[in-house]
Design a protein around this ligand. Sequence first.
Ligand code: THU
Length: 136
Amino acid sequence: MTNRELISAAMKAREKSYCPYSNFAVGAALLTKGGNIITGCNIENAAFSPTNCAERTAFFKAVSEGITEFDRIAIVGGSVDGPIENFCYPCGVCRQVMMEFCDPDSFTIISAISEDNYREFTLKDLLPEGFGPDIL
Ligand code: THU
């Protein structure tokens, strides 16, 4: 699976975003260790706080299907009306959810503007000294 293919899947997932309040559409494509892609989009709510980010949608879909081992995630986000113009990074809550299931040294987070323009980080880069299951 190439990064290009994963970013493309995130772009497609973004089209499903339900974001009538922020008008900020996000798509994520999570690559499992088994080589499958699980996608997610942000899903907003009139009560605001039940809103779920694209990354967590992808993680929760996967875990609810019994998949708990992950390799990489690609994220794209921007105004629902236009093309993606900036890098979108996972919020703190999503980073913490990643910490639950992923190895911070090797799990890779790809933030993309396009299939050819992206940045890569490890989870540890974005959540240093994270609190994870190993601590308990
Ligand atoms: N959002 C995501 O889905 N992922 C991110 O990485 C950042 C923020 C969503 C939440 C909300 O629906 C909208 O973007 C604006 O914050």
